[in-house]
Each structure stands twice: as structure tokens, then as C-alpha cells.
Design a protein around this ligand. Structure first.
Ligand SMILES: Nc1ncnc2c1ncn2[C@@H]1O[C@H](COP(=O)(O)OP(=O)(O)OP(=O)(O)O)[C@@H](O)[C@H]1O
Ligand SMILES: [Mg+2]
Length: 237
């Protein structure tokens, strides 16, 4: 991935497994967000391969096609509809994947209703379902957005610093939510909060200057001398 000749990601060999909470960490400017951009089709890699479930070549696809293959991204800036209720927000997200015909049908069917109810439960917003999304607390808005991403039934979810600005309690709840979500799909998360990564990671990849510096469990990467030198040494211990 190049920006006018500058290689933001360089020779990165990277794999995400199913049912895994996979964190990407690394110093500012390491290329973490760029990696998510390339995976979701927001940016195009100039070289290399990008495959999904061994069948799809994502490099040739648009953002929309990639979403339809089962990769959904939650961006750093929230993109909920503040004027609509929590329920309506989830409803819209669910219908984004459907055909125009079913969107035009006035009523949700029973399966849809069930799905919406389960999601409200999962993200802990059942009591807020008829409130305007704009009235939610910061953490709740993030959970709603994660819920909206999951309503699209992705096999891979991409999250960029999902707990930024959250209280300790909200962080823990978000971690639990992510763990729950990863039971049925892979979650790839960029995060700076090492306590959080330590608690919830199955796999950690450390990026530095566009490359993969180390990969493994949090303990393994913490022991890595290069990782300590460029990143963790300053933050953990
Ligand atoms: N649109 C762009 N045009 C030019 N350079 C860019 C662009 N986007 C990112 N870069 C550069 O690419 C490098 C990687 O940026 P990226 O945003 O991926 O880092 P990051 O690891 O997400 O950092 P942070 O932890 O600060 O979010 C940085 O040097 C950045 O300045
Ligand atoms: Mg970033």
C-alpha cells in the first residue's frame, strides 16, 4: 500500500483465523488503520494478494462487494443515525444486506424480529430500544454500532480502536461483547490499550513501519526483544 511513493504497508504477510479475537498493535503510524483500509477495500494495495476464505480475491473487489462477501468494518467515527431509535438503527443495518424488494416490505418477519431482539440483548440496549440513538451514552453508541455491523452477518469484523473514550466499566463490557461476537466469526481489532489487549486477545500481531514485527499470544509478543524496543517497552511493565 503506497501513498505517493511512501509504503504505509510493506511486505506484510498476515492471516486471520475464524473464531478468533485478533488484535493489531503497534506505534502511531505503523500502518494499522491502513491494513484495515486495504482489507475492507477502502484503499487498494499496489502489490500482493488478499484472499478471503481461500476463494475470494478481495483485491479486485469494491467496498460494497467485500461487505457482501462477509467483511464488515466499524470506523473510528460513529455512523449511527442519531434521530432514529436504537431499534430502527439495527433494523436499517439488517436490511442493508437484503434486496430492494424485501426492504420495501412494510413489516419485518418473525425471524427478523427475533434477530433484532437477540441483538438488543447482546449489546445490552434492550431498555433503550425506543430511545433516539442520539440520546445514548458514548459507550452505548459504540455498542449500537458494533450491533449494526453484526446485523450484516459478517464472517470477519474489523474494529479500529473501539474502546477509545470509554470508561473502565464500558471497556470491560465491550471486551465481553467482542468475545461473544468472536464465537461465530473472526474479529480483527486495532487497539492501543495494552491492558485490554492482554485481557481479550487470542492472537496479537505487532506492526511497525508497515511490517509485521511479531505475532503470537500477548505473552509471546511481550517477550519479543524487538517489540519491547519499538513499542511495548515504553508502555507495559
Ligand atoms: N491518505 C494518506 N496519505 C498519505 N499518507 C498516509 C495516508 N494515510 C496514512 N498515511 C501514512 O501511512 C502511515 C500509516 O498510517 P496508519 O494510519 O495506517 O497508522 P496507524 O498504525 O493506524 O497509526 P495510529 O495508531 O496513529 O492510528 C503513516 O505514516 C501515515 O502518515
Ligand atoms: Mg490508526
Amino acid at each position: 500500500m503506497e501513498f505517493s511513493g511512501f509504503k504505509a504497508i510493506n511486505q506484510l504477510d498476515f492471516q486471520v483465523r475464524p473464531n478468533t479475537v485478533h488484535f493489531v498493535i503497534g506505534p502511531n503510524g505503523a500502518g494499522k488503520t491502513t491494513l484495515l483500509d486495504v482489507v475492507c477495500g477502502k484503499s487498494q494495495a499496489s502489490e500482493g494478494e488478499l484472499t478471503f476464505r481461500e476463494t475470494y480475491n478481495l483485491k479486485k473487489m469494491t467496498e460494497n462487494q467485500i461487505v457482501h462477501r462477509g467483511i464488515s468494518r466499524k470506523f473510528q467515527a460513529p455512523s449511527i443515525f442519531e434521530q432514529l431509535t436504537v431499534y430502527e438503527n439495527l433494523e436499517i443495518a439488517m436490511k442493508q444486506k437484503k434486496s430492494l424488494f424485501s426492504i420495501m416490505k412494510a413489516k419485518n418477519n418473525q425471524v427478523d424480529e427475533q434477530k433484532l431482539a437477540e441483538m438488543l440483548e447482546l449489546i445490552g440496549l434492550n431498555e433503550e430500544k425506543d430511545n433516539h440513538a442520539g440520546s445514548l451514552a458514548h459507550g452505548q453508541k459504540q455498542w449500537l454500532e458494533i450491533g449494526m455491523v453484526i446485523m450484516q452477518d459478517p464472517d470477519l469484523v474489523l474494529l479500529d480502536e473501539p474502546i477509545a473514550g470509554m470508561s473502565k466499566t464500558e471497556r470491560t463490557r465491550t471486551g465481553e461483547l467482542i468475545k461473544q461476537i468472536a464465537k461465530d466469526r473472526a474479529v480483527l481489532i486495532v487497539e492501543h490499550d495494552m491492558e485490554f489487549v492482554k485481557e481479550f486477545a487470542d492472537v496479537v500481531s505487532v506492526m511497525h513501519e508497515g511490517q509485521l514485527l511479531a505475532e503470537g499470544s500477548m505473552e509471546e509478543v511481550q517477550q519479543n526483544p524487538r517489540v519491547r524496543e519499538v513499542y511495548l517497552g515504553r508502555k507495559v511493565d
